[in-house]
Ligand binder design. Structure first.
Ligand code: ASP
Length: 427
């Protein structure tokens, strides 16, 4: 039976990648060779691709709140004692903050080498509308983690509130033991139900991924990002360094696991994050992949992955670091060492405040720009090409969560190396 299941999984992974590439090819062909008009834009792109792509995205999002809630209740009640939970929590948050700070440093250093904003004639670039993030004080951000009404928190999908409430429920369930057995069993069974639902939704992933990618490429084509190639190249370079160098050094150093093997196993989740540009939607798949292929116990990942998808956005921080240098150069503003320190600090905080959905990184970027006195309008310069970078950075965002989770699981004794060392399913 296990082999049959395995075979089905291998098939799915391959199908998702084929869908991704096919979507890009179809999109590019449609952009360049199919004349714009009612059939292409309204029927195919705005109709079929839009409905199938968004439908799939909504299905994935439908799973997030019940799945995170249940698996966290089960996870924290399995960990049971608050000391272990506290230790895991502090460690995880520490790793998340550290990797984000490194990410911004990598980004600003790289951007200072490539100088993406030098020689840019700003007057040539059409200005879009920049959105200014509403600023909330640090105290309020902290207070906001406590839900006034947990049902409202669940209904709004407020991840930090859900995490806190679910953990309290889980800890108390462990404390009550047999007295609350019915409730514990309910959550455990509901959790299984949600995992089954995840498998069901994932079986239509190739269709969803194809539609999402085909739509993006039909709309953007290649031209749209030619003028910003340098900026894009620098962001992309930063993402690659973070993903393939920083994370892999961390992984090797702290766990001794083979980084290449890790990346291979985790690649389908990255592909999924890439096509959806939504960290939140990848939570179920990430937890499952870490469990089945890497050997990370759900006890840990059910807590650290949703937390990471909410507060740990290294890819986003890289884009923000490069964007700061790009905008400063484009506007001829000189940034000193103190400014860079400010950028590192605010981008790390902005990463906490960035929700794991498409495009939010661009909104929190205004916070980072404002911290060093860059004009917020500069965001308009990069808005047009942000979608493709959003896709790339989301893949890095969730890889960071997975690497930190694996390290924390290893240190907690919740990493099953036999699972990791088992033959890698499909490439
Ligand atoms: N799309 C990103 C994510 O979901 C957030 C962002 O950078 O806009 O992780």
């Amino acid at each position: 039976m296990a082999t049959k299941k395995e075979q089905k999984k291998m098939g799915l992974t391959t199908k998702i990648f084929i869908a991704l590439i096919a979507g890009a090819i179809v999109g590019v062909i449609m952009h360049y060779y199919v004349p714009a008009g009612y059939v292409r834009d309204d029927i195919v792109v705005g109709g079929v691709f839009y409905v199938l792509g968004q439908g799939f995205l909504r299905l994935m999002q439908m799973l997030v709140v019940p799945l995170v809630f249940c698996s966290l209740v089960c996870g924290s009640s399995a960990i049971g004692d608050t000391k272990t939970l506290g230790r895991v929590g502090v460690k995880t948050i520490g790793f998340y903050l550290m990797t984000t700070a490194i990410a911004v440093t990598v980004a600003t250093s790289l951007a200072n080498l490539t100088n993406p904003g030098l020689g840019l004639d700003i007057s040539n670039i059409e200005k879009g509308e920049a959105t200014v993030a509403e600023s909330t004080s640090f105290a309020d951000t902290l207070l906001n983690i406590i839900p006034k009404n947990p049902i409202q928190g669940l209904a709004e999908g407020n991840m930090l509130q859900i995490i806190l409430f679910a953990m309290i429920v889980g800890i108390l369930l462990a404390k009550l033991g047999e007295q609350a057995e019915t409730v514990s069993t309910f959550f455990a069974q509901f959790n299984d139900l949600m995992m089954e639902m995840t498998n069901m939704v994932m079986s239509v992933a190739p269709i969803g991924v194809f539609s999402l990618i085909a739509k993006t490429f039909t709309e953007i084509g290649f031209d749209a990002f030619v003028p910003m190639l340098k900026y894009m190249g620098t962001v992309f370079g930063g993402l690659v360094v973070q993903c393939c160098v920083v994370y892999m050094i961390f992984l090797k150093l702290f766990t001794g696991l083979n980084p290449i093997k890790f990346l291979k196993k985790f690649a389908p989740v990255m592909g999924f994050a890439f096509s959806t540009a939504t960290s939140n939607a990848t939570i179920p798949l990430s937890i499952e992949t870490l469990d089945e292929k890497v050997g990370v116990s759900k006890r840990i990942s059910s807590f650290t992955i949703p937390l990471g998808a909410t507060i740990n956005m290294d890819g986003t921080a890289i884009m923000q670091g490069v964007a700061v240098v790009f905008a400063a150069q484009a506007y001829g503003i000189n940034l000193g060492i103190a400014d860079y320190v400010t950028v590192i600090a605010t981008a790390t905080l902005a990463s906490i405040g960035t929700a794991g959905v498409p495009g939010v990184g661009l909104i929190t970027l205004s916070m980072v720009f404002a911290s060093v006195g860059l004009p917020v309008e500069a965001i308009a310069l990069i808005m047009g090409i942000d979608r493709i970078l959003d896709m790339c950075r989301t893949a890095v965002n969730i890889t960071g969560d997975a690497v930190c989770t694996t390290i924390v699981a290893h240190q907690d004794g919740s990493l099953d190396r036999d699972v990791f060392n088992a033959a890698t399913p499909s490439k």
